[in-house]
Ligand binder design. Structure first.
Ligand SMILES: C[S@@+](CC[C@H](N)C(=O)[O-])C[C@H]1O[C@@H](n2cnc3c(N)ncnc32)[C@H](O)[C@@H]1O
Length: 309
């Protein structure tokens, strides 16, 4: 069935929250939608969109699922569910909001939708990898600013820089800094990786750079193609930006500083390029993988051994 196909039952039969969620999920499955931007299945995605449209909490007590809706509410929820099918936009681009580490962020198509497993590391304050409380933190490739802003909550005395090359993304990062009233401690910095940060060193650098190989990016589902290409694609093996981060990070890490970097599903490409790099791979309880950590000292020694520093 094509994404534009007509609904398969008369819409007036949809009276309650439960009806709408059930119908929306069936429409999503019929249209072959792909999930992964906050939910991982059709029912959760439909539930999320219906409740958002009704301005109801996501932990709505079950008794309200049977409540009748007004005609305006019904039509607004149906319209949102149909937009999801018609446009193939991930739900957060339709609602303008995304959740990361328990915090709400404004999003639009200028930024990747937050979903990094690094959220779990932040909530664990990077234990056991981080030895000391960091005073200075860099969120490199910041997008919406979700990682740096969540770090600012986790480390209430730290100063945080959000570095980002894209002007549109940077504007959204600034809006999120204001949304969380963190302007006194968190700053957005424009530029290409470390270029605007000459002379600055950090106790902790956290990066979720683009790392998708070019051919893989071409084959992504429509939902992912709505995200900025520059946020995802990074050369033939996806390692173009990661490579620069590895080589330039020691100059911007404090003596005992830690680099945390996501490479997602590109582990094979990473290990093909750097078979002997002495990184550790944290395990995640809430799902996800593909994040490495390395201390400055180890990184510098490895680079020196490679003859690159
Ligand atoms: C995978 S997204 C991550 C966004 C955000 N940190 C998150 O986890 O949701 C990568 C971001 O890096 C930015 N970026 C790409 N190349 C960059 C570069 N050379 N310097 C700085 N930022 C870059 C992209 O514009 C995009 O916002």
């Amino acid at each position: 069935m094509s994404a534009d196909a007509a609904p398969t039952q008369p819409l007036h039969a949809l009276r309650t929250v439960r009806d709408l969620v059930r119908w929306g999920a069936s429409e999503f499955n019929r249209a072959g939608l792909v999930f992964g931007h906050g939910t991982d299945n059709a029912l959760d995605e439909a539930f999320h969109l219906v409740l958002w449209s009704l301005k109801l909490p996501f932990d709505l007590p079950a008794v309200y699922l049977e409540a009748n809706l007004t005609e305006a509410e019904r039509m607004a929820a149906i319209d949102l569910l149909q937009q999801r099918v018609r446009t193939r936009k991930p739900a957060p681009y339709l609602t303008g909001e995304s959740w990361f580490a328990g915090l709400s962020f404004e999003v639009d198509e200028r930024v990747l939708i937050p979903r990094s497993p690094i959220a779990e590391l932040i909530q664990a304050r990077f234990s056991p990898w981080l030895k000391n409380e960091p005073e200075s933190i860099l969120d490199l490739c910041a997008g919406s600013g979700c990682i740096g802003i969540a770090c600012a909550y986790a480390f209430p005395d730290a100063g945080v820089d959000l570095a980002e090359i894209d002007a549109g993304a940077l504007e959204l990062a600034e809006r999120n800094i204001a949304r969380h009233r963190l302007g006194d401690r968190v700053a957005a910095v424009a530029g290409d990786l470390f270029q605007p940060l000459a002379g600055r060193r950090y106790d902790l650098i956290v990066a979720n750079p683009p790392y998708v190989p070019a051919a893989e990016w071409q084959a992504l589902a429509p939902e992912y193609r709505h995200e900025p290409r520059r946020a995802l694609e990074a050369g033939a093996d996806g390692m173009d930006v990661v490579d620069r981060i590895l080589r330039e990070a020691p100059e911007h890490l404090a003596e005992e500083g830690l680099l945390v970097c996501e490479i997602g599903g590109s582990g094979e490409e990473f290990l093909a390029r750097y078979p002997d790099i002495p990184v550790s791979w944290p395990e995640f309880e809430k799902g996800g993988d593909g994040v490495f950590v390395i201390e400055r000292e180890e990184l510098s020694a490895w680079l020196e051994a490679c003859g690159s520093e």
